[in-house]
Design a protein around this ligand. Sequence first.
Ligand SMILES: O=C(O)C1=N[C@H](C(=O)O)C[C@H](O)C1
Length: 296
Amino acid sequence: MNERNLKGIFVPVVTPFQTNNELDLDSYQKYLRSLLTHEIQGLVVNGTTGEAPTVCWDEVTSLVELTKHTMKNNPIPLIVGTGTNDTMSTLKRTELAAELGADAVLIVVPYYNRPSQEGIVEHFRAVAQVGIPVIMYEVPSRTGVRITLDTARTILDMDGVIGLKDCSGNTELVSELTRLSSKPVLCGEDIYFHSMLTAGASGGILASASIETAKFLQVFRLAEEGRDLEAMTVFESMVPFIRLLFKESNPSPLKWLLARQGLIASDHVRLPMSVISSSLQEEMEQMLVSNLSGIM
Ligand SMILES: O=C(O)C1=N[C@H](C(=O)O)C[C@H](O)C1
């Protein structure tokens, strides 16, 4: 995988669990097969949406193997989340992902220990040397640390780093990087998808594309063709749905909807995540009944 492939709609997949906390691989395969009926550009396993903090490496291995098996006749790029807040364990996981045949790794800016900008740069320099393409993942609302434009540029200039997943909460970073003709930026914050495309993003890694796959593909295609008004109209039809999907922590609302659609058996999430509140369930039911964004 290289920076030219970092374009279009990438779906970060959920990790289905049984109510006893075991992986539910039957559901996982059914859900994957349904996603793969769309012409998406890639999948992300063990991202935030995949509940990476509570999935152990043996389980990631099972998920990656089953993903590769399921798409063997029609392989698309497979990105695996291997970033942690410890450089040594990130390196180990990244090497293991490469051995499993991942096409790229998604490396979150180290969270919780609040490294300096220099520490963040060195973390990425180490991972970039493993030899598998690296996508940097900026999500300050989750990590507690925000990268500067200089840090983003320094990391994106490294050989082995192919792009950035931007969940920075606004369009500043993507606009600046686009102005500087940097490597590709994928939107990682669903509600900003259209504005980030307008600002120069080359696509998105979007949890809501698990449900509204066709519409996200349509927005991307229309924007690429320069039909921005149409792209905006389709995107705006999804805004109420996206707002509900992120009203409580991702991926609990998404898992509820996938279970409601019968694509996974249960909306179970591992603690400390919890299933959505009854009030959000009611709002989601209401959305389905009034078919707000045309889903289902
Ligand atoms: O799993 C991901 O990748 C995504 N994570 C974001 C988050 O939950 O912070 C949301 C985005 O849709 C995809």
